[in-house]
Design a protein around this ligand. Structure first.
Ligand SMILES: C[S@@+](CC[C@H](N)C(=O)[O-])C[C@H]1O[C@@H](n2cnc3c(N)ncnc32)[C@H](O)[C@@H]1O
Length: 262
């Protein structure tokens, strides 16, 4: 089922898949490669592991993971926009990575995979776009096996006030202007992107969403002067026992105590 936000996001991205990679590179001054490199370094599973890339778009991050996976390791890219997935498939096929990936049309909030199916799970530049970030993390955590990393990379608001002034002008003025120079659709998409970045969660807020899913040691790492933030946590090796340590009732304890006194 698609809510209003999911329908809106899908209509935005369904019109822009072919130019997406070039524009992302230009608008991020080619920093996007470095950001993806950081994610892969944090979350690459060990030999033969599987990676889930949620909201994979044109498969940029999926491709970077696929290149580094060894043995039987492979990536599953999930997205709700068919044209983005088709572009991702074309791009990875043309790079000879076909045997390292699978593509699934699905929503981040309702993933069609069994518990613990993956060695790690990522979502890149898309947490602002999903309809429910908490549910998305719940699903990513559920489908990640014990010891695996759940990681989000997303745009954030840089902490430096002076830099903020310049950056916000760039986001709200130049960004959509560049977009409109390419097409009306890109103008709309980049204007949405700029506005959504101004409303983005902080790294700490994202870390607390991860904590709520029981992921351990959630931490946030600002990159490129804080214009993006990588936030990740680790799936625990075991479920913490919530039962009382003593396996007998209070009455039994009292009976034993009175027995010991008699
Ligand atoms: C800005 S693109 C990011 C693509 C890619 N992850 C990257 O780093 O370049 C956002 C993508 O998120 C997808 N998306 C948005 N909401 C989603 C949801 N609820 N479930 C699955 N995909 C979603 C969109 O279709 C789009 O392809």
């Amino acid at each position: 089922m698609f809510d209003a936000k999911a329908r809106y996001v899908r209509s935005l991205f369904s019109r822009v898949p072919l130019e997406y990679d070039i524009l992302l590179g230009l608008l991020s001054f080619a920093q996007d490669r470095r950001w993806r490199g950081y994610v892969v370094g944090c979350a690459r599973p060990s030999n033969g592991g599987r990676v889930l890339d949620v909201a994979t778009g044109t498969g940029l991050l999926a491709a970077d993971f696929a290149r580094t996976l060894t043995g039987y390791g492979y990536v599953v890219g999930v997205d709700l926009t068919l044209s983005m997935l088709k572009t991702a498939r074309w791009r990875l096929n043309s790079k000879g990575l076909r045997h390292k990936v699978d593509w699934v049309l699905a929503r981040a909030e309702n993933l069609p995979f069994r518990d613990g199916s993956f060695g790690s799970a990522s979502i890149s530049l898309a947490l602002r776009n999903v309809s429910d970030a908490q549910k998305t993390f719940a699903e990513m955590s559920r489908t990640t096996g014990p010891g695996g990393i759940v990681i989000s990379l997303d745009f954030a608001r840089p902490p430096n006030r002076l830099f903020q002034l310049l950056y916000y002008d760039y986001l709200l003025g130049l960004f959509p202007l560049f977009g409109r120079m390419v097409s009306e659709d890109w103008g709309r998409t980049l204007s949405y992107l700029g506005r959504s970045i101004l409303r983005a969660r902080t790294g700490e807020q994202i870390a607390s969403l991860l904590n709520r899913e029981g992921l351990a040691d959630a931490r946030s790492v600002p990159l490129t002067a804080g214009i993006v933030c990588a936030v990740y946590g680790k799936k625990r090796q075991y479920r913490e026992r919530r039962e009382p340590v003593l396996n007998i009732t209070e009455e039994q304890v009292l009976a034993r105590l009175s027995g010991a006194r008699d």
